[in-house]
Design a protein. Structure first.
Length: 438
């Protein structure tokens, strides 16, 4: 099987392709009339040549705030994980629930789904696959159960996130929406999908358990004072994030500062010396550097289209193509486009940088709210992460669980198809009902 080009090669090819399009597509722009309506007028296109190189620089300048945000938050969570408190807390949670295996599995599902919804847990779930899979196997289940309660759960949370800074936060910022607005309906989507997953976990547990009986005691060492302190800081950070966004209008700079402070404070509580704290922050920034760089490079695509004066021409063509199809068809088309792009560019931040600046004004033209467009981006990005072979997180999780990719696709394929259908159904109320923030 031929190896797919990496994300940077794809982005470079798209930049060059967009530059070529500026030589052939007509220029144009939308102008706002006195009554506030948009109208399209033709302009002369400005063909791009050497600008394919300067577009990268301008892309980094344009997205500097988001890039810094990604690097700092990535470093903070790396430092948090290095303390071992989250790992110990999960083990303690399992032991504290008692002797009911299914309750343990549901608790893990809820925990990791919440992690995806609040913190954008994705790569962070990989080490837990290595911890939970042997645990559930020792309880009589198979490796698929471990992947289900960790990897799939975090993906469900990631797809229907309501506080994920890497999807909801970035996409809403690019779409010009208040940060984490429309949270109410997103929480409903998360709760609905997570409940379905919990039901499936219980049903699969009944079907797949090899060892008889339901009573197995999971033991874990008591949490140390340091670990309790770190977990308390984590929960207080979540509370501060919710309060800051909803009550005080916090934005990227405040949230970046909050997570940086969380990471440093957790390192201090863990007893790390200053050099260790700095090293862990740098290691975390290095780990997520690729995602941050992708944002800058991907923004170069939009720069080329904008400087070539063809962005609005493309939007006008899309508007004409979907003219008369209705809001539902337009929203479904945006959802489908995001799902298809995910097979080429699995990075949510990269897709946001590429698609949101185009989809946002397009949604205005076809009468779909930008909030619904962002939700379509979330669903389209998240659900297909569970089968796309270009996802490094998926491949790493499968490797940790020792599950072949082909076997995984056969096992999870129908579930992903169902999720895609459910995602479309959950998008429809944004058109039919009066939802706060939509």
């Amino acid at each position: 099987m031929r190896k797919l080009p990496n994300t940077y090669v794809i982005i470079a090819a798209l930049i060059v392709l967009c530059a070529v399009l500026t030589w052939f597509l007509p220029g144009g722009q939308y102008v706002t009339g006195g009554d506030g309506t948009l109208s399209y007028e033709k302009l002369r296109a400005e063909p791009q040549t050497w600008q394919v190189f300067s577009a990268v620089y301008h892309g980094f300048v344009k997205q500097a705030g988001i890039i810094i945000f990604i690097l700092v938050v990535g470093g903070a969570f790396w430092l948090l994980n290095a303390t071992g408190a989250v790992d110990a807390g999960i083990r303690r949670l399992i032991a504290g629930i008692g002797r009911k295996d299914k309750a343990v599995l549901v608790a893990l599902t809820l925990l990791f789904s919440l992690g995806g919804a609040v913190f954008g847990m994705s790569e962070e779930a990989i080490p837990f696959v290595g911890i939970v899979v042997p645990l559930v196997v020792s309880l009589g289940y198979d490796a698929f159960m471990g992947l289900l309660v960790v990897y799939v759960a975090s993906n469900i949370g990631f797809s229907s996130a309501f506080l994920n800074p890497f999807t909801v936060g970035i996409a809403q910022e690019m779409a010009g929406l208040p940060l984490f607005s429309g949270m109410g309906y997103r929480i409903f989507c998360w709760a609905f999908l997570t409940l379905l997953l919990c039901v499936f976990v219980v049903l699969y547990a009944r079907k797949s358990r090899k060892a008889p009986g339901d009573d197995t005691q999971v033991e874990a060492a008591p949490l140390s004072a340091r670990q309790k302190g770190i977990l308390a800081v984590l929960f207080l950070t979540v509370a501060a994030l919710i309060a800051g966004v909803t009550l005080w209008g916090w934005y990227m700079s405040e949230i970046t500062a909050l997570f940086l402070g969380m990471g440093i404070l957790c390192g201090i509580i863990a007893g790390f010396p200053a050099n260790r704290i700095a090293d862990e922050l740098i290691a975390g920034a290095k780990d997520i550097l690729s995602a941050a760089l992708v944002v800058g490079f991907a923004s170069g695509i939009v720069i080329i289209l904008q400087d070539g004066k063809i962005v609005d021409s493309i939007l006008h063509a899309l508007q004409n193509a979907l003219d008369g199809t209705g809001e539902a068809s337009s929203l479904a088309a945006m959802y489908g486009i995001q799902a298809l792009i995910n097979f080429l560019i699995p990075s949510a931040t990269a897709k946001a940088a590429i698609t949101i600046p185009i989809m946002a004004p397009f949604s205005d033209l076809v009468g779909v709210s930008r909030q619904a467009m962002v939700l379509a981006f979330q669903f389209g990005d998240g659900f297909t992460n569970m089968i796309t072979p270009t996802s490094g997180v998926l491949m790493a999780a499968l490797a940790m669980a020792r599950v072949p990719y082909e076997k995984w696709v056969r096992w999870i394929g129908k579930a992903v198809a169902l999720l895609l259908v459910l995602g479309l159904l959950l998008l429809l109320p944004t058109l039919l009902l009066s939802l706060q923030g939509f």
